[in-house]
Design a protein around this ligand. Structure first.
Ligand code: AGP
Length: 601
């Protein structure tokens, strides 16, 4: 997720763009840049936070229109060259972009006579526009023709030297227009310009906005459409949270979009194949003896989910280690052990320490992370990115789902390369993955019902989460989420383990939350539900199909999407934890004693 700004008006553009980028830094902050435009185009861009860019901006400038961008890298590390805006060779067309252009490699191949200076997907856009302009198209025609060739998700803002208008397009990635007194603003969200105006127009998918001194014109498929505006009542801080009271709740609700971004362009349903932008040689993958996953906290639970997937889909022994406890134990040939670090920040000291042990031992290493340019990516052999966008809340939510989805793609990739996974079975797994965003949205739409249950049980003495198979890591994650933001005692168990001790803790005051879906051995788990029910414990069940609902005090339906239903269940657990903590007035985004990235051992 990146931040986009634009301005066209009667004031000097540079300071307005710079402030807009500072307002959007929470959306991405590994590089930033602006382009100022009049008869010429002047571009300033730097890796690092917006502060680094401000150091190179001119003290004074005269241009009254321009565009800007702060980046959360998905393609290419955070360098000056990869920072936006990107331009064509002649430096006459500048583009800023938020999203993923899935067919950029094919387009680059078609533009082989052009000189590219970055690793990004975005850079194809100015070159496409340049070609259209050279063939005699008007600026709007050139923009429309270039955009028509793009596949994927994008919000684009374009400036062209000597052309009075700015152009803005939205396709699956947010873009909003601010109608100010001194001119027109553009932003990925209203935070970019809220101090200047509250009169806004949200672009819809497929709409092209043409911004000029005369105001705003909207087009769809070449036809003019009406410009409708609305008056905002949000405060700036609320706007950063998209109107949500806490980043955590915003990020819980971002999961459908984050998952679409995670999966975008990475699988082909027809062939049952996967592409996660790494090239592990087939003969290597067929030779590996073991996969060892090292991670902490939520990422460790994502790793446990993945271990079930690797063993089931890729037929490779997979172990999961708590990173702070890890010692490398490979076979005769360490290279035949693939050690995978799962870490959304890429900076967790325990995980870095663990992966360095594996590197010293001679194992092959891979990182699954949310953060390009992070320390872990600079030390492992390969990195795969989960593309969830910045996660501000200390409690991991959308990154857990995107980690599991990314690891699932990796398991399919490894399984196919190892000849352990048929194309039919791969297609079935990918079909279930593709259904994930929609299934998560269905759970999010039931938040009010979850809120009621959270209020009813908020004062319980303790909470137990139980599950089997893919439901077990979800039980562990559900308990972690609740305890880290509500400060209540919560524990997650393999459902079958309760009777071997923890059942002594179960009373009428200890709700039990059970995963009873596909992929969680629901029938066996139901036996454990009956055990706790016999001790008068209230049972909240996340169920799919007709699982013994008569034993449940609360039933939450999970959409029938197959093996990833336990992952969908976790969204119920996230909403439950959020509302229990909110009921208690906890500091939800910054829970006591915790940090978003634990960079000490
Ligand atoms: C989870 O809600 C916590 N924020 C914590 O357990 C976190 O998952 C853990 O510290 C690992 O962080 P990482 O993914 O950035 O390595």
């Amino acid at each position: 997720m990146c931040g986009i700004v634009g301005y066209h008006g009667t004031e000097t553009a540079s300071p307005l763009l710079a402030t807009g980028l500072q307002n959007l830094e929470y959306r991405g902050y590994d590089s930033a840049g602006i382009a100022l435009v009049d008869s010429d185009l002047t571009v300033y861009k730097r890796s690092g936070e917006v502060e680094s860019l401000l150091e190179v901006l001119p003290e004074s400038s005269t241009q009254q229109r321009g565009i800007g961008h702060t980046r959360w890298s998905t393609h290419g590390p955070p360098t000056d060259e990869n920072a936006h805006p990107h331009t064509d060779e002649d430096g006459r067309v500048a583009v800023v972009h938020n999203g993923i252009i899935e067919n950029y490699e094919a387009l680059r191949a078609e533009l082989s006579d052009h000189t590219f200076t970055s690793d990004t997907d975005t850079e194809v856009v100015p070159h496409l526009i340049e070609e259209e302009l050279e063939s005699g198209a008007t600026p709007r025609e050139a923009v429309e023709a270039a955009v028509a060739r793009l596949e994927g998700t994008f919000a684009l803002v374009i400036a062209i030297a000597g052309v009075e208008e700015l152009f803005a397009i939205r396709q699956d990635s947010p873009l909003v227009i601010g109608h100010g007194e001194t001119g027109t603003f553009l932003g990925s969200d209203v935070t970019a310009f809220l101090e200047h105006t509250r009169e806004v127009t949200y672009l819809d998918d497929g709409e092209l906005a043409v911004i000029s001194g005369a105001g705003v014109e909207l087009y769809r498929d070449g036809e003019s459409v009406e410009v409708t505006t609305e008056q905002l009542t949000w405060e700036a801080d609320a706007a950063e949270k998209g109107g949500y009271e806490h980043y955590m709740r915003k990020e819980i609700h971002e999961q459908p979009r984050a998952l679409r971004q995670t999966l975008s362009g990475r699988y082909d349903l027809d062939s049952g194949t996967v592409d996660v932008e790494i090239d592990l040689p087939r003969e290597y993958l067929r030779s590996i003896e073991e996969i060892q996953i090292v991670a902490c906290g939520t990422s460790n639970y994502a790793g446990r989910y993945a271990a079930e997937l690797f063993e089931s889909l890729a037929d490779v022994r997979t172990t999961v280690e708590i990173a702070s406890e890890y010692e490398f134990s490979g076979g005769r040939d360490p290279w035949r052990t693939l050690v995978v670090a799962v870490t959304q920040s890429g900076e967790t000291a325990d995980t870095l320490s663990a992966i360095r042990k594996a590197i010293r031992a001679g194992a092959r290493t891979l990182a699954v992370t949310n953060t390009l340019g992070s320390t872990v990516t600079r030390e492992v052999d390969d990195s795969v990115f989960i593309r969830a966008g910045p996660e501000i809340g200390v409690a991991a939510t959308k990154t857990f789902a995107s980690q599991v989805a990314t690891l699932a793609l990796l398991a399919v990739y490894v399984g196919r390369e190892r000849g352990a996974l048929s194309s039919n079975r791969a297609r079935s797994v990918l079909q279930s993955l593709r259904s994930l965003p929609g299934a998560v949205q269905q759970v999010l739409d039931r938040e009010d019902a979850v809120h009621e249950v959270a209020t009813a049980y908020a004062d319980s003495e303790a909470f137990f989460f139980i599950g089997r198979k893919y439901g077990r890591p979800v039980a562990l994650e559900g308990a972690l989420k609740l305890k880290e933001i509500s400060y209540d005692h919560a524990e997650g168990f393999a459902a079958g383990e309760l009777k071997h001790g923890p059942l002594a803790l179960v009373t009428a005051e200890t709700p039990v939350l059970a995963v009873l879906t596909d992929g969680s051995a629901a029938t066996e788990t139901l036996n454990n539900v009956k055990e706790v029910q016999a001790r008068s414990a209230p049972v909240i069940g996340a169920v799919s199909g007709d699982v013994g609902e008569s034993y449940l005090d609360v039933t939450w339906e999970v959409p029938d999407i197959g093996m990833f239903e336990p992952l969908v269940t976790n969204v119920y657990w996230q909403l439950f934890a959020y509302h229990v903590a909110d009921e208690k007035g906890r500091s939800i985004d910054k829970p006591r004693n915790l940090a978003k990235s634990v960079t000490v051992e």
